[in-house]
Design a protein around this ligand. Structure first.
Ligand code: FO1
Length: 321
């Protein structure tokens, strides 16, 4: 039997650092190119919020539902075939809701909250939910400790992320992003272990401030990535001067940076060796290489799962996986 050359032992993981919708799209492509059990996803929990007394982890759920093939693909979050009877009934008591929690989704939040009240860690519960939904990849919250992202916009107090993003529709000039609890929160030991032993790490095309920022703010994460940055790739969430989804472009502008892939590359220069930009941004490749990164130019728009898989393939090839 002729064996294909396998440069890596099969157990070595491909680790992806992820926020919500953009990351999930990429991961859907990644698991078409790499066996799902070789994929570890480290997920932002800075967006977590309490609704109706329940612990809601939107990014964990977006990634888990996507990997379970249960996500509402049109909106990128929440469950497919969803109904909103419970939310409608809750409106009688709480008034008109601004955060759309569906009936199927409620079951996840009820289970998570129940288990946390019993004393289970968020990482344990996340694993239980992923297994129950048939997910083969490892889904890890960045931390078991609370870290909450707040966004300060001009003329307002700092708002918890979901209030800024969903209730406020991400409007207003961003003045500051606060990662409350970042100094106290510890990265999950399993996250640091996964980063240390990974075949390669990929920073998904997520918001660098509010999605990947909280993960990278945890002590030990940047320090673990830096020595092996040649095996770390990032995909630009900025394409043609704007984001595909979300407020990263407004945040860059508000924080005094140009809205370009180069600004994002600069944020990652100590930890990333391969930076992937869209063809429309080819002109930045030379400037990115001056940051001692390899610039990879490809189509990064993931309108279909097969386009996401093609992007994953390009990234894996650049990382020599
Ligand atoms: N995003 C919205 O724009 N509106 C919503 O009502 C909303 C509800 C929601 C419920 C559960 C969940 O897991 C995600 C939900 N999201 C909603 C998405 C979420 O706000 C963002 O995608 C992330 O927090 C940013 O990554």
């Amino acid at each position: 039997m002729v064996r294909g050359r396998s440069p890596l032992p099969p157990s070595r993981q491909i680790v992806t650092l992820a926020g919500g919708v953009g990351a999930a799209k990429f991961i859907r492509g990644l698991v078409r190119r790499i066996a799902p059990h070789r994929v570890t996803v480290v997920v932002n929990t800075g967006d977590d919020e309490t609704f109706y007394g329940l612990h809601v982890s939107p990014d964990l759920d977006t990634v888990t539902y996507t990997l379970a093939n249960l996500v509402n693909r049109r909106q990128g979050w929440g469950r497919v075939d969803e109904s909103f009877t419970t939310l409608g009934e809750l409106a009688r008591f709480y008034g008109k809701p601004w955060f759309a929690l569906g009936d199927r989704d409620f079951a996840t939040h009820l289970y998570r909250t129940d288990r946390l009240r019993m004393g289970a860690r968020l990482s344990e519960v996340t694993n239980e939910i992923a297994r129950a939904l048939g997910v083969k990849s490892q889904v890890l919250p960045m931390s078991d400790d609370p870290l909450r992202t707040f966004v300060k916009i001009r003329g307002s107090r700092a708002l918890p992320f979901q209030e800024y993003f969903v209730r406020g529709r991400a409007r207003g000039a961003v003045e500051r992003i606060e990662l409350r609890g970042a100094r106290r929160a510890r990265a999950l030991p399993a996250v640091l272990h996964a980063l240390r032993t990974a075949a390669a790490t990929i920073l998904a095309p997520s918001n660098p401030f509010v999605s990947l920022g909280p993960i990278l703010a945890l002590a030990g994460v940047r320090e673990t990535l830096a020595p092996s940055r040649r095996r770390v790739a990032a995909i630009s969430p900025i394409v043609g001067g704007r984001t595909i989804k979300g407020p990263a472009d407004r945040m860059l502008r508000g924080l005094g940076m140009a809205v370009s892939p180069l600004s994002v590359a600069r944020l990652y220069r100590d930890i990333v060796g391969v930076f992937v930009v869209d063809e429309i941004d080819r002109r930045y490749a030379g400037l990115i290489e001056k940051l001692e990164m390899e610039a990879v130019v490809t189509d990064t728009i993931m309108t279909t799962p097969s386009k996401a898989a093609r992007l994953a393939e390009v990234v894996l090839r650049a990382l020599e996986v």
